[in-house]
Write a protein that binds this ligand. Structure first.
Ligand code: SAM
Length: 294
């Protein structure tokens, strides 16, 4: 039996992305029941934090962002190892700290190089020194996130943290049947069979994050139809409600059961601006932890 699973402190992968679900991992892992005999699918993998913490034996992780996928393929093939990452970051940290904090910053040199050669190491460097961990591309597919304005970003402790995160991923992949594929979600649905399980965390409607992350009402509706008429068990994550708004998209999900949990976030980092957010998880009927199925 793979799920439910108790995860108190989820681990964080080396590439962080906007909308990362680290805080929701314990809730997701507790809410689902699945025997783990089929394939686990995560067609909007982003950082992969959910699937990496669940550690299924057989999995297909996919996303339309080719660089996220390439990064994990490179770890899997051994093209990049924790040691290679350490040597690379130590070298680049010196160059970054020696350049001024303006537009000529070394960050922009790496960004230009990444847009030419798409190296996974440069992608990691950009994601860990950019503005707020954003991933954004313009309509030509060029990565265009600005610098996070901290030339001393890559201190020894941070490099060690990133290296350990990569080492964790590399170790959990051992002995597992995991594939990383760059594809849009309908392709992943074509591969699903009875006994499989899919965790879904699509982008939010009306929040455009650039070329690889465009989302629309049509795609959201297609996802509902493919999921509810498909053979695999599922869990679909989405924000449900905050103080000001309710997410009416959840009404289009008619078959599964809605589970909720709440968490707090701080606007602008001020503790006085503490806001409550209710997060939803819609789980297919046969895949709910009986403790939550009331
Ligand atoms: C909300 S994020 C997923 C976050 C992830 N669960 C995490 O915890 O890091 C949505 C992801 O969907 C990807 N995406 C956008 N459109 C897609 C599509 N049509 N098919 C597959 N992936 C898509 C984006 O590149 C992004 O990585």
């Amino acid at each position: 039996m793979l799920l439910p699973k108790t995860i108190k402190l989820p681990k964080v992968p080396p590439i962080k992305t906007q909308g990362i679900k680290t805080k929701l991992v314990p809730f997701i892992a507790q809410s689902i029941m699945w025997n783990g005999k089929g394939t686990y699918f995560e067609p909007f993998m982003g950082s992969g934090v959910v699937g990496f913490n669940l550690e299924p034996q057989k999995a297909i992780f996919s996303d339309t962002n080719p660089y996220l996928i390439q990064f994990y393929k490179d770890i899997q093939s051994g093209k990049i190892t924790p040691l290679i990452i350490r040597e690379y970051l130590e070298k680049e940290a010196i160059k970054l700290s020696q350049t001024p904090e303006d537009k000529t910053s070394y960050y922009y040199e790496v960004r230009e190089r990444f847009n030419l050669y798409h190296s996974s190491l440069d992608f990691l460097f950009l994601q860990r020194s950019n503005f707020n961990g954003m991933i954004r591309f313009n309509n030509k597919g060029y990565y265009n996130v600005p610098f996070g304005r901290k030339p001393e970003r890559f201190q020894k402790a941070l490099i060690t943290k990133i290296v350990n995160q990569a080492a964790w991923i590399s170790s959990i992949m051992q002995g597992k049947d995991w594939q990383f594929i760059c594809m849009s979600f309908p392709e992943a649905f074509k591969m699903m069979k009875k006994g499989d399980f899919v965790y879904l965390d699509p982008p939010y409607i009306n929040r455009y994050d650039g070329y690889y992350d465009s989302w629309s009402q049509e795609l959201a509706d297609l996802l509902v139809a493919l999921t509810e008429n498909g053979d695999a068990g599922y869990a679909f994550s989405m924000w449900c409600q905050n103080e000001y708004r309710k997410n009416h998209h959840l009404d289009s999900w008619t078959k599964g059961k809605l589970l909720t949990t709440e968490h707090f976030y701080h606007l602008g980092g001020k503790s006085s601006n503490r806001n409550k957010m209710i997060e939803a998880l819609i789980v297919s009927k046969g895949n709910i932890n009986p403790l939550y199925d009331k």
